[in-house]
Design a protein around this ligand. Structure first.
Ligand code: HEM
Length: 450
């Protein structure tokens, strides 16, 4: 609901704000922890300032549903993602209606059921292929292995490109871009970006390398004029309903880079945490391996196996509950917005954190415990919608959600058929909340052949 003018200047409770900076340093040090402490201390609505920016933390599923669905037109994406335009241009993740509505219509068919089945085949093949490169007893950086694997999958399924050979180079460019990306989400970054400081130059160089790769793929495809039935072909062929034509190279680059980035890091992060959680929970691990062996009986997994890989799906769901790759969703109010008896003024940010809500004991008793049994159909039905929202919701819900479930389940099954991973003793485990909830120290694990 919107009102003509703020009814009151009263704000919800929240941590004390310091002059000018508010709670910015505390927030930036460890955003999920800061939001968790704020929500646990002040309740379902809390308020603080990030520099000049007012932020409201909403932690009740009903309020989240209202913002993401019921009143979604009252909001735009929050500043953090708007700033992402520096890298992603006007792709699906960053654009706003009406451009977003048009682009979403053009991109969505690439994720339809029949197409997904084809992608599933590639996922299983790549999972099987990846597991051949490890040796019994070898210590692996599982985070990097998963990144390499999902990067190869997204490049193949969406662009029919085999980047395995160049994955190291592209992977490096992506990591550099994402690390530096943090800088562009700082206040005053608009200014910083224009200054020739070293970090800005590094960011520009990393971006130029990525662009080079993507424009090369686009031009090869335009030149060949071939329809390969993948996403890139669809983007190149897509015509607006209004008949105003297709996309420019630049628009295609923006969508391609968006899918390329959004489509692999999130899944890699989810898989990394899943292997870690399995290594720490032998009982759940035993059930998982038992299912994989029983259902596949030594075969390579396929899309048809998906309905039988129920426990694998529960493991993946529970992993994304504890370590949601997208740890928070933000929206900016276009007009004053009333919520829980308070008014969030126009231009304030509403923060809804998956990390916080997924660990709320009201919906998930003993919330820090890894327990895939929380994902039986009955248990699921007993909880409110939006007590779990790893893929967001509403018009901006993750376009790759089905793709990601399929990829998670098939890669876990394909790899789990052959390997068990044990955390290297003493290896520190913690997260680092960049755009996604990465591991802070990587994830060193010993591969044991099964
Ligand atoms: C475990 C894996 C993934 C997670 C947790 C995840 C999470 C999310 C979330 C939470 C959003 C909504 C952000 C918001 O509303 O502000 C989103 C949007 C998006 N995701 Fe994903 N995602 C995953 C995998 C993928 C994959 C595999 C692709 C593509 C192949 C993808 C492409 C996108 C795109 C393009 C958007 C923007 C959609 C729009 O605004 O229209 N994601 N994702």
């Amino acid at each position: 609901m919107t009102t003509a003018a703020p009814a009151t200047r009263t704000r919800p409770p929240g941590p004390r704000n310091r002059p000018f900076i508010g709670n910015l340093p505390e927030f930036r040090r460890d955003p999920p922890k800061f939001l968790m402490e704020t929500a646990r201390r002040y309740g379902d609505i809390a308020w603080f300032k990030l520099g000049p920016q007012e932020a409201f933390v909403l932690s009740h599923p009903e309020d989240i549903q209202k913002v993401l669905i019921t009143h979604q037109h009252n909001f735009t994406k929050s500043r953090m993602l708007q700033r992402a335009k520096v890298l992603l241009g006007e792709g699906l993740l960053t654009s706003e209606a009406p451009l977003h509505t048009r682009q979403r219509r053009l991109v969505q068919p690439a994720f339809h059921r029949q197409r997904l089945a084809g992608y599933g085949q590639t996922m299983a093949e790549y999972g099987t292929r990846a597991r051949e490169r490890w040796h019994d007893g070898e210590t692996l950086d599982i985070d990097q292995e998963m990144m390499r694997l999902t990067l190869a999958v997204v490049a193949k399924t969406l662009f029919n490109a085999d980047v395995e050979a160049e994955a190291g180079e592209i992977g490096e460019a992506l990591t550099a871009v994402l690390d530096l990306f943090r800088m562009v989400t700082l206040p005053f970054s608009e200014l910083l970006e224009k200054l020739p400081v070293p970090s800005t130059r590094r960011f520009q160089r990393a971006k130029a390398r990525l662009d080079q790769t993507i424009y090369r793929i686009i031009s090869e495809r335009r030149a060949s004029g071939e329809d390969r039935g993948d996403l890139l072909s669809m983007l190149l062929m897509a015509q607006d309903e209004a008949g105003t034509g297709g996309m420019t190279d630049e628009q295609i680059r923006d969508e391609a880079l968006t899918l390329f980035l959004a489509g692999h890091e999130t899944t890699a992060v989810a898989l990394t945490w899943t292997w870690y959680l399995l290594s720490q929970n032998p009982e759940a691990a035993a059930k998982f391996y038992d299912e994989v062996d029983r259902v596949l009986a030594g075969r390579q997994p396929s899309v048809e196996d998906m309905p039988s890989l129920r426990y694998t799906e529960m493991v993946f769901a529970e992993s994304m509950r504890l370590y949601p790759p997208a740890w928070s969703v933000g929206r900016m109010a276009k007009e004053p917005y009333e919520v829980r008896g308070f008014t969030a003024p126009a231009k304030s940010i509403l923060l809804m954190s998956e990390y916080v809500v997924h660990r709320d004991p009201r919906w998930f008793p003993d919330p820090d415990r890894f327990d895939p049994e929380r994902w039986t159909p009955e248990a699921k039905a007993s909880r409110p919608k939006f007590s779990y929202f790893p893929f967001g919701g509403g018009a901006r819900v993750c376009v790759g959600e089905q793709f990601a479930w399929m990829e998670g389940i098939l890669l876990l099954a394909a790899v789990g058929q052959r390997w068990r991973f044990e955390l290297v003793p003493g290896h520190p485990v913690g997260y680092r909340a960049l755009i996604t909830l990465r591991t802070r120290h990587g994830m060193k694990m010993v591969a044991h052949a099964r």
